[in-house]
Design a protein around this ligand. Structure first.
Ligand SMILES: Cc1cc2nc3c(=O)[nH]c(=O)nc-3n(C[C@H](O)[C@H](O)[C@H](O)COP(=O)(O)OP(=O)(O)OC[C@H]3O[C@@H](n4cnc5c(N)ncnc54)[C@H](O)[C@@H]3O)c2cc1C
Length: 383
């Protein structure tokens, strides 16, 4: 797609969103609960699907209207900067669907992706376990071959939105216990399968963001294997770069939007200190460093390049931008995050606390730096 088309698309989308703004917002009086956010997400997703905007950038095989993935980046950016949907819920499709499309059978893809695109479904990612996070290749949730499919037993943890999800991309061990990344198989699992139970976990901002999920003799049909038996590591490695491209672009846009709100708050408080300007400048600088990097990543993705370890740089930059911005907010709005009780203060507190997770989810900051050092800069192998 040539540059002017992208600009035209953004302009027309923005005009449509302006025109339909009132009907796109469900009435929510206070700081929204996760249920409110899910309802709002579904409402907007459905409206954009019906109007066509939510189908651009996706192939006709999944109910899309084709076009560059850049169009999805623009739609997500407009949604995030207008506070029309919670960015984490909105972007989950960018994290999970491209990989299912890449490795799933045509029948599975045609049946499963459209409901996600329409907002009828939410999916989740069952990778981490109590003893396997950064060292994901040590995971032990086991899948055993049975008549017609597989039986899964084990536990996952930190599965975001598992309690809202209809499907899960689940990593299991199908090889010998010590088979590391070679003995992993990925499945596309229905979350209402008998034997799946979950326990939501409350995070420090009070939200039930994710769950412990228990799998007890869960039957998964043979046609739900993703990418082939023993190929689960490749599936997982395929997912991470997608998360770090379009989904991160959306998050970066949301952070810019919050930066603008911070500048407005600081100006309204009449603060004109050089120290304040320095904090704002630092936040802006880290946001722009991410945006320039991510812009290049969006172009590479749209150009059909496969993304890999170099997206660890995007992950490092967005985590830095997130934390620099909200640390600045805490310093520049003294006492607001700690003590104030109004809705705007609740929003700053929520965002500040959540920013602490930015150096953990999707691969910790330390692991990303290890990848940059070892795989991109060739500074030595894993000890
Ligand atoms: C908000 C949020 C959402 C999440 N959503 C999901 C989800 O949907 N699905 C899912 O499967 N998981 C999810 N996770 C889990 C996330 O992927 C893990 O928390 C992450 O991979 C780190 O694993 P861990 O928590 O076990 O920490 P550990 O791996 O135990 O790490 C602990 C600390 O040790 C450091 N460390 C570990 N190994 C090394 C090393 N080799 N070199 C240097 N330092 C090291 C880490 O950087 C970290 O600081 C989510 C996490 C958060 C915070």
């Amino acid at each position: 797609m040539i540059q002017s088309d992208v600009h035209e698309f953004r302009r027309d989308l923005a005009a449509w969103l302006d025109e339909h703004d009132a009907e796109l917002r469900l009435p929510i009086e206070q700081h929204p609960t996760l249920d409110d956010e899910l309802a709002q997400f579904r409402h907007v997703k459905r409206a954009l699907f019906d109007a066509g905007w939510g189908r651009y950038g996706w192939s006709s095989a999944v109910g899309g209207l084709a076009g560059s993935s850049m169009l999805r980046a623009i739609v997500g950016e407009e949604i995030a900067t207008r506070d029309l949907a919670e960015p984490g819920l909105w972007s989950m499709i960018e994290v999970l669907a491209p990989t299912v499309i890449a490795v799933g059978s045509p029948e599975l893809v045609a049946a499963m992706v459209p409901p996600f695109l329409r907002g009828d479904e939410m999916w989740c990612q069952g990778f981490s376990e109590p003893d396997s996070g950064s060292d994901l290749a040590s995971l032990s949730c086991r899948a055993t071959a049975v008549d017609g499919g597989w039986s899964v037993n084990g536990q996952k943890v930190w599965t975001s939105f598992a309690q809202l999800a209809t499907r899960c991309i689940l990593l299991t061990r199908t090889g010998e216990p010590g088979s590391a990344h070679r003995g992993i198989t990925a499945f596309f699992v229905d979350m209402d399968s008998p034997g799946i139970t979950y326990r939501p976990i409350e995070i420090q901002n009070g939200r039930l963001e994710f769950c412990e999920v228990f799998y007890d003799d869960v039957f998964v049909p043979a046609d739900r294997v993703l990418g082939g038996v023993g190929q689960g590591w490749q599936v997982a490695m395929n997912i991470l770069p997608y998360e770090r491209s379009t989904a991160f672009w959306h998050r970066g846009a949301f952070l810019h939007h919050r930066f603008d709100a911070l500048v407005a708050n600081v100006a309204a408080a009449g603060r004109r200190d050089t120290g304040d300007a320095h904090l704002l400048g630092e936040a802006f600088q880290t946001l722009m460093a991410f945006r320039f990097r991510s812009r290049e990543t969006q172009h590479r993705l749209a150009g059909g390049e496969s993304l890999g370890a170099e997206t660890s740089i995007d992950k490092i930059l967005i985590a830095a931008a997130d934390q620099t911005l909200y640390n600045a907010a805490r310093d520049l709005l003294p006492g607001v995050i700690e003590f104030d009780t109004d809705t705007a203060a609740g929003h700053w507190r929520w965002d500040y606390l959540y920013s602490k997770a930015a150096t953990i989810y999707g691969g910790t900051a330390e692991i990303q730096r290890n990848i940059v050092a070892r795989r991109l800069l060739d500074l030595g192998a894993e000890p």
